[in-house]
Design a protein around this ligand. Sequence first.
Ligand SMILES: [Zn+2]
Length: 205
Amino acid sequence: MPIAKLIPGYRRSEKPDSTTFVGVEPSDEVSQQPGVLWIGCSDSRVIPEHIANVGPGEIFVIRNVANIVPPYGTADETVGAAIEYAVIDLRVPHIVICGHTDCGGIKALDKSIDMARRPYLARWLEWARPARNQVVVAGITGSDRHQEMVRANILLQTENLRSYPCVRDAQNNGHLNLHAWMYDLKSGELSRYDASSSLWEVVIV
Ligand SMILES: [Zn+2]
């Protein structure tokens, strides 16, 4: 893809009558009052704004490999900084952690990662290892193995979110709700975890 394709003006002039996505319109007038902090994977096929069908100003987004939230007090600061800003300053009422099927990060975790060539990736994915171990211990194999690891990782990262004092405080004050979602790349299904039944239920087909 030529880099010029990323420039909105270029895309508009290329397809002036197109109804498809041609870049973001200037948004000086849009205030930032997002209703959600969305924590998703960096995967180029899983675009939060497309899944949620929202525009500028509507969701505050953190994306990284395998939608990971390192526990509070660990070395990572980028995720924690965005969580604090979203919860304390923007006062988002919801946080969604959305993982997805066919996740390269979770697949990499399920193989041995070459530390010499990918030291950052290998260390980063360690934050998801307990999810893999849980599925291995449960003896889940075959086609369900990957999906169960993705689901376990979403729930693990949701637990990690609760280790942040600002998240706990907002939850205790009744100002914040946490949501665990999974997007199925093949079917387009969006499912969510129901804590009361401990089951995943499809919300959009
Ligand atoms: Zn992914």
